[in-house]
Design a protein around this ligand. Structure first.
Ligand code: PGA
Length: 296
């Protein structure tokens, strides 16, 4: 079966607008026979005339009016599509799929807020979960970018460092070690610790730090959020090791104290990460540059 073509619709739309084959031909830079041929092409497929000539004037038939209506809808849809694609090529109107680890989420949302201020047209999808989950999303190509701690070697990831992330030991302000200067690691060995779940980067860094020194912490409870650990430490259930960046409020309100422990803080860093071969959209590329520009 022969099909109607976009070219036929475009030509007929001009004929219908001008109600003249010659003016349509002039507008389209075609010869008049070429215009008539396109219109006849539609008529042959539909088996109905689209125009009729009464005296010197051309009129649309009922079928002609139907075809005009359809061709206007089709050309409007195509114009929309072109405008949308133009937006995708630029940053505004683009979409950013981002995953960040729980520990960096406050820093990340602060950066996002500033980015949005400059690019209000970008729509943002943010997933907040632990390190293992964010690595899984990178592996599955579900996100454009991640913000997280150091990534393991051997994966096809490009990771660029942009900010420090010191981990500190926290206690309730009334804890005996809170008054001491130079607490030794041995002193910590007898304290119960509240730790993040397996899969957390904070937990991994803490375990490596102690294992490298031949020590093991006494873990009394495992919790899957930094907030829960802070509350449990305040409640006197044990000590915790968390990123200083998650403690601003509690330290300002003196609900928690940072202990002065030898070898601390454990200095970690934040990275912006994506798959090496990922073709970043303008929105993702723009955000990556924005994050690196906010480095300190
Ligand atoms: P997490 O984050 O402890 O919330 O997993 C730290 C990291 O990204 O390494």
């Amino acid at each position: 079966m022969r099909r109607l073509t976009l070219r036929q619709f475009r030509v007929f739309e001009a004929v219908a607008r001008h109600l003249s084959f010659s003016r349509a031909a002039a507008e389209l830079h075609l010869s008049q026979p070429a215009v008539s041929m396109q219109v006849r092409g539609i008529e042959n497929i539909l088996g109905l005339p689209l125009t009729e000539q009464l005296g010197k004037k051309i009129y649309l038939t009922e079928a002609g009016r139907e075809v005009l209506h359809a061709s206007r809808q089709i050309t409007a849809r195509l114009d929309d599509l072109q405008a949308n694609l133009a937006q995708l090529r630029g940053m505004e109107g683009g979409r950013l799929n981002l995953a960040v680890t729980t520990t960096v989420s406050a820093v990340a949302t602060d950066i996002l807020a500033r980015f949005r201020g400059q690019h209000p047209g970008v729509s943002i999808h943010l997933d907040v979960s632990n390190r293992e989950s964010v690595l899984g999303q990178l592996a599955a190509n579900r996100i454009d970018l991640a913000i997280m701690g150091q990534v393991p070697g051997g994966l096809d990831l490009e990771a660029t460092r942009f900010m420090d992330n010191p981990l500190v030991v926290i206690a309730p302000p009334g804890h005996p070690l809170a008054r001491r200067k130079k607490v030794s690691l041995r002193d910590l060995a007898s304290e119960p610790f509240l730790v993040r779940e397996a899969g957390s980067g904070t937990r991994g860094a803490m375990e490596r730090f102690f294992a490298d020194r031949g020590l093991e912490l006494r873990t009394s409870m495992e919790m899957s959020s930094n907030e829960a650990i802070k509350q449990a430490v305040q409640a006197g259930l044990g000590l915790g090791i968390l990123s200083l960046q998650t403690l601003e409020l509690e330290l300002a309100l003196k609900r928690l104290a940072v202990l002065d422990v030898e070898g601390f803080p454990i200095m970690r860093h934040w990275y912006v990460v994506h798959r090496i071969d990922k073709r970043l959209s303008p929105a993702a590329q723009g955000f990556k540059e924005f994050v690196l520009g906010s480095a300190h």
